[in-house]
Design a protein around this ligand. Structure first.
Ligand code: PEP
Length: 271
């Protein structure tokens, strides 16, 4: 599969933003700024806080976009106060979640092990995990970028490899695992800083990620898997990023809160 055959995915990460009253006005403005037909060519996703998922789901469904969670627990149920399971997400119709976002790793003790467990639980429940990996500034400066990324990604892909085929409750075996997982490369130093990776830096790591995918899960997976870039992506730099051979979309924080900016980015993904 060539890069052009991988459908582009633009995913907004609203983080802990967007009050209920803001959701409909956001989507009215977003839809108005979107070029006709974009959502037929580009997958458009919004990762919202748990309490806003119902409203986000209703607003996105009506318009041909999708809603995602920002996190989930790897256990099915139990004494995990404050957590939400994959089944609870599917109960309300959510079929995608972020997993291992750097803010979860940094502030909420998310580890490679928990990210791997969440990935398997998500896929087992027919929820697509958007698995986030990326190095800190110190790690980049010390030349450890590839080591960090391969360690984070390796934990997930090796867990999947060791687990074998995953059967979810709809009886669906993801024979083609590449449709059941999305990878996001998010250099931590670029998130929310206004300092995006250069096109060369981003493509270099994306190419490396595809190589790691190939080594662990084989060439078919590597060629088909979608790899998003995240870290201060905006309307001015998105076209360049998306023109790179191994960048299949964006995970967008700050700019996804501005309807016109995010619509411009989705428009750019179609051209
Ligand atoms: C993110 O939170 O995943 C992100 C990429 O944020 P920002 O676009 O604001 O850097």
């Amino acid at each position: 599969m060539t890069a052009s055959k991988r459908k582009k995915l633009l995913a907004g990460n609203w983080k802990m933003n967007m009050r209920l009253a803001e959701i409909e006005p956001f989507f009215t403005a977003f839809s108005a700024a979107l070029r006709p037909g974009v959502s037929n060519h580009v997958d458009i996703l919004f990762a919202a806080p748990f309490t806003q998922l119902h409203a986000t789901l209703a607003a996105t469904r009506a318009r041909g976009f999708a809603a995602a969670a920002q996190n989930m627990h790897f256990e099915a149920s139990g004494a995990f106060t404050g957590e939400v399971s994959a089944m609870m997400l599917t109960d309300i119709g959510i079929r995608t979640t972020l997993v291992g976002h750097s803010e979860r790793r940094q502030y909420f003790a998310e580890t490679d092990d928990s990210v791997a467990k969440k990935t398997i639980t998500a896929i087992s429940n027919a929820v697509t995990p958007v698995v986030c990996v990326g190095e800190t500034l110190e790690e980049r400066k010390s030349g450890a970028t590839f080591q960090v990324v391969s360690h984070q990604l390796g934990a997930v892909l090796n867990a999947l490899k060791n687990h074998g085929p995953v059967q979810n409750r709809e009886g669906f075996y993801p024979g083609d695992l590449s449709d059941s997982i999305v990878i996001a490369y998010e250099p931590v130093w670029a998130i929310g800083t206004g300092l995006s990776a250069t096109l060369e830096q981003a493509q270099e790591v994306h190419g490396f990620i595809r190589k790691v995918c190939d080594e662990i899960l084989g060439s078919e997976f590597a060629v088909r898997a979608r790899i998003l870039y995240g870290g201060s992506a905006n309307p001015a730099n998105i076209a360049g990023l998306l023109s790179q051979p191994d960048i299949d979309g964006g995970l967008v924080g700050g700019a996804s809160l501005k309807a016109a900016d995010f619509a411009a980015m989705c428009n750019a993904a179609m051209s």
